[in-house]
Design a protein around this ligand. Sequence first.
Ligand SMILES: Nc1ncnc2c1ncn2[C@@H]1O[C@H](COP(=O)(O)OP(=O)(O)OP(=O)(O)O)[C@@H](O)[C@H]1O
Length: 355
Amino acid sequence: MNIDLSGSPQLITKTGNKNQSADSYVLRNALKMIDANTSHSANASKKTYPYWFILNPAADKGRAKKRVDWLKKSLKRQELDTVIQLTTMPSEATAFASQAKTCAGIIVACGGDGTLNEVTQSLVHSDSVLGCLPIGSANDFFKNISEIEAEEAGISHLFNATVQPVDVGQVFYQAEHTSSSRFFLNSFGLGFSGRIAKMAAAITWLKGDLTYIYALLKVAANYEAMQANVKLHTQDGIISLDQEKIYMLSIGNGKVEAGKFKIAPQAEINDGWLDVCILKDISRSDLPRWILKYLTGKQIGESQIVYAKAKKIEIELFRPECLHMDGEVIENVQGKLTIEVRPRALNVLSSKKLS
Ligand SMILES: Nc1ncnc2c1ncn2[C@@H]1O[C@H](COP(=O)(O)OP(=O)(O)OP(=O)(O)O)[C@@H](O)[C@H]1O
C-alpha cells in the first residue's frame, strides 16, 4: 500500500525512522488492509488506508512522550502500514486530523480528552472514524467506549472494536468579542468546573485524577456562584431558570468528567440527548457534601439540582465566565451561548457495544 504523503509535509517515508525535522513516523510493515483482521463496519472497511495515529506528547503532563517508542513497537507487531504523527503545539491535532482524513479511515487520537477534542473538530459529519488511545490524565471519554481501564488499555482494543456512531455537542459562544463554535465529545462545564479545568491545566507536578481534586480545592477557596438565564429544550418542553445563581452548570454527553465526577450519571453517548446538570448556589461549607454526591452520581433528585435531557441549551451570562469543553478551556466567555446536540454525528471505534 502506498500512502501519498505529498500533501503532508511533516511526514517521512522512511520505515519507522524519525525524521530530522519533524516528529512523525511511517511504519511500513506489511500490505495488510485494515479490514483484514478487524470487524469494522462498511464505511471504515471500504477504505484501504491505514490507521493514522496523532499523538500529543504533552498529554499526561508530558509523560505521553515516553509512549512513542512503545507505540511504534506495538504497531510493528500488528503488521499494519501506520503513520504516527506527533503534535508540536496546541490545536495542531485538528489540522493533522483534517489532513489525515483524506487518506486514512481510522484516525486515532493518542492523548487525553483534549487531544480527542481537537481531533473531533475535524471528523464530525465525516465518514472517518475516531479511535482513542487513552494516554492522557483523566481519559474520561474512553470510559464510555471501553470496559477496560485506560491504564490497562494497550492498543489491542483498537483492533477488536466496531465502528459506532455517537452524538457530539456543539457550542456557539462569544469570547473576546468574537463569535465561535466548537464541538465537544464528552463534557462541557461552565462556572466552577470551567475554572477547575483552567487550574488543572496549569498544574504540572501532580498526576491523573489528583490534579483535578487539588484544582477543585484551590478554586473553591474563592469561587462565587454566577448569575445566568438558562433555557433547556427538553422532551417535556422548556425548563427556564431566570437570573438564577448557579454554582456549576455541566453538560454531559459522557457520564464522567475530571476523572471521577459523575456529572451526568444518566447520559448515553448515542441517545440523541445531552444531559444537563445544574447545581444552584451552595454555601462553601456544603461543598464537601456535594463533592461526595457528584463522586457517587447521587446528586439527581436534590432540590439544589436541575437535571434534564435536552436537545438545546440556551444560556445568558451576566459576567464573563470560564468554560471548558472536554477539559479545553475558553476564558472570558460573555453574553449568550447556545449548545446543541448533533445526534450520531461522529463515528468512533468502540470495544464496547453501545446501547
Ligand atoms: N505538542 C504540544 N505541546 C504542548 N501542548 C500540546 C501539544 N499538543 C497538544 N497540546 C495541548 O495539550 C493539552 C493537554 O492534552 P490532553 O487533554 O490530551 O491531555 P491531558 O490533559 O493529560 O488529559 P485529560 O484531558 O484526559 O485530563 C491540550 O490542551 C492540547 O492542546
